[in-house]
Design a protein around this ligand. Structure first.
Ligand code: NAD
Length: 328
């Protein structure tokens, strides 16, 4: 049997780079495409092309001779980035996704995996820290908080219509805060687990144990480790489920708790200085009822296990960058 040829867009980024390694280990032939090469380790793909996927001609080039597409390319980041770049995000991501999906159709791609987000859920269902976990159908009536979520929601619709009108087998996932090693940890696009790991690592390496946090830290989220995310992606792509599906953990923690778990892993006591800053919705958690039904599985790693791996990697990065040895 000939090898299935897959394209992973956003293969220079966090989840895409891990997915390249994961799918190659499963025996797939993998082409990676991104506007940049991976920052933290070598390219693992059979073929890697640096292409700007906002451009239609580049999307045709990227999808040539491909059986399955995993669309992960996006102009995105944590709350700081998402809340301050609405036009850029909506413009760039609409172009990337519209062009990649249509090029895939023209090139006869069989399956197409679209990476949506928990940011599609309406702001009015996420006003309390002790929030009711979000079910897939809660996305409507729609009122996402940011342009990032609106774009994801519209592209979910586009994938659905392309499946109905052209027969391309689209699968749609809604990730809830994926984290792990080799994700952005500095520069403004990093998310809470990476940002807190960096701050705790700096505290440990410098001896100044005060860290800053946006807001009162009582806002809640759930966090899913990258290995579970990869397994979930794979199971959903192989399934017959055509509707959007949550993929995340359903253990909700406050951001204060998250910081203290990281500090315990680092072996230090921290004090938190709360400062003004973007916080996103007040509370968010994933309802995993449908995930369990459809995938016959749910994320396995504990938050502590995932953060242990993530913190260790970020501590090494910070230590190298600052030229400070890791204390024993
Ligand atoms: P990431 O930022 O690490 O990766 C995205 C990649 O897309 C980057 O490497 C970036 O260079 C690339 N990209 C941006 N513009 C491009 C362009 N014009 N042409 C080609 N490549 C371009 O993000 P990630 O965390 O790996 O996220 C992957 C996907 O999952 C994204 O679609 C994101 O919106 C979605 N998602 C992620 C999370 C999460 O918690 N990480 C949550 C919800 C949804």
């Amino acid at each position: 049997m000939s090898q299935t040829r897959v394209l992973i867009t956003g293969a220079g980024g966090f989840i895409g780079h891990h997915l390249v390694t994961f799918l190659r280990a499963k025996g797939y032939w993998v082409r990676g495409v991104d506007i940049k090469v991976p920052e933290y380790s070598d390219i693992d793909a059979d073929e890697f092309e640096v292409l700007d996927l906002r451009r239609w001609d580049n999307c045709l080039q990227a999808t040539r001779g491909i059986d399955e597409v995993y669309g992960l390319a996006a102009d995105m980041g944590g709350m700081g980035f998402i809340s301050a770049h609405h036009s850029e995000i909506l413009h760039n991501n609409s172009l990337i996704n519209t062009h990649t999906l249509d090029a895939a159709r023209l090139n006869g791609v069989n399956r197409y995996f679209y990476t949506s987000s928990a940011c599609v859920y309406p702001e009015f269902k996420q006003t309390e820290a002790n929030v009711v976990p979000l079910k897939e159908e809660d996305a409507y009536p729609a009122m996402p908080q940011d342009a990032y979520g609106w774009e994801k929601l519209v592209m979910e619709r586009l994938c659905t219509h392309y499946r109905e009108d052209y027969g391309i087998r689209t699968r749609i996932v809604r990730f809830h805060n994926i984290f792990g090693p080799q994700g952005t940890w500095e520069g403004g696009r990093e998310k809470a687990p990476a940002a807190l790991s960096r701050k705790v690592a700096i505290a440990k390496l410098t001896g100044n144990h005060e860290i800053e946090m946006w807001g009162d830290g009582e806002q809640t989220r759930s966090f899913c480790y990258i290995d579970d995310c990869l397994e979930g992606i794979y199971r959903l792509m192989r399934s017959d489920h055509t509707f959007p599906l949550n993929l995340g953990s359903d253990r909700m923690v406050t951001i204060n708790e998250l910081a203290h778990i990281v500090a315990r892993i680092a072996g230090i006591e921290i004090t938190i200085k709360h400062i003004d800053g973007p916080q996103g919705v007040r509370g968010r958690n994933s309802d995993n009822t449908r995930l369990r039904e459809v995938l016959k599985w749910e994320p396995q790693l504990t938050l502590e296990e995932g953060l242990q791996n993530t913190y260790t990697w970020i501590e090494q990065q910070v230590s190298q960058k600052l030229g400070l040895p890791i204390p024993k």
